[in-house]
Design a protein around this ligand. Structure first.
Ligand code: PXP
Length: 248
């Protein structure tokens, strides 16, 4: 795979959201993960939330068993989640902020204020061989703190940029995009691997995919939604095409 290849991590949380709406076994997120893998996903992302609103513990067990591509395990910085991650030792662990009342992960992690605590939290995960990623806003203070605590990867939160695009707030979208661009350059200069994600769609992916410092995008909600209309494989193929085109 070329050095310029931008990895696509497919987040399957919302297959589990639909399953859980009826409390049964369908649709099966593991089947979606295998399909995404066959369709060229470079990794699968799943967020085990504290309230288990979508992905379940059994889903994580199953993903660890069936996946051939790396699992990016998203979790809050809690002792319970640390224990689960240490049991499974997934390829990557992405630490995200979590509030029970939020609909989705609304902001980046506050690393700078919790530096000591987070440094201790991620150390055993790193020792276990997991690549630790920290989900943060495009904010230099947070990036510096993520670097200091020993994270290898940061994932930049693209939600504010995507929301501004959806609302046709061009100035805001441009300033958010500029911050993401500058901070991906800055993080890369510190030796951090840069990922990005949240809220990305066909309309918003290309400017982010064009940043050469960004190595991976994690995309879920839009792809799973689009899969209703065209199927997961074609939905992913179009995202892949747009990412490759932006990268040229
Ligand atoms: N990256 C992280 C860290 C996330 O928390 C999420 C949402 O779970 C995503 C990427 C994917 O966001 P979306 O589902 O909006 O594409």
């Amino acid at each position: 795979m070329s050095d310029n290849h931008l990895r696509l991590g497919v987040n399957i949380d919302h297959v589990a959201t639909v399953r859980n709406a009826r409390g049964g076994a369908y649709p099966d997120p593991l089947r979606a993960a295998k399909l995404a893998e066959e369709a060229g996903a470079d990794g699968i992302t799943a967020h085990l939330r504290e309230d288990r609103r979508h992905i379940s513990d059994a889903d994580i067990d199953g993903l660890m068993e069936v996946l051939s591509v790396p699992l990016n395990f998203e979790m809050a910085a809690t002792p319970e989640m640390q224990k689960i991650a240490l049991r499974h030792k997934p390829h990557a662990v992405c630490i995200v902020p979590e509030k029970r009342e939020e609909r989705t992960t609304e902001g980046g992690l506050e690393v700078a204020r919790e530096e000591n605590k987070l440094a201790h939290f991620i150390a055993p995960l790193r020792d276990a061989g997991c690549r630790v990623s920290i989900f943060i806003a495009a904010d230099q203070r947070q990036i510096e703190a993520a670097h200091r605590i020993g994270a290898e990867v940061i994932e930049l939160h693209t939600g504010a940029y995507c929301d501004a695009m959806a609302d046709d707030h061009d100035d805001k979208a441009n300033s958010e995009l500029e911050a993401l661009r500058e901070m991906s350059v800055f993080a890369h200069s510190l030796g951090l691997e840069v990922h990005a994600g949240h809220g990305l769609t066909y309309d918003t992916v290309q400017p982010i995919a064009a940043f050469p410092e960004v190595r991976e995008l994690n995309i879920g909600h839009f792809l799973i939604g689009e899969a209703i209309f065209r199927g997961l494989t074609p939905a992913m193929a179009e995202m892949r095409r747009l990412m490759d085109e932006a990268r040229e």
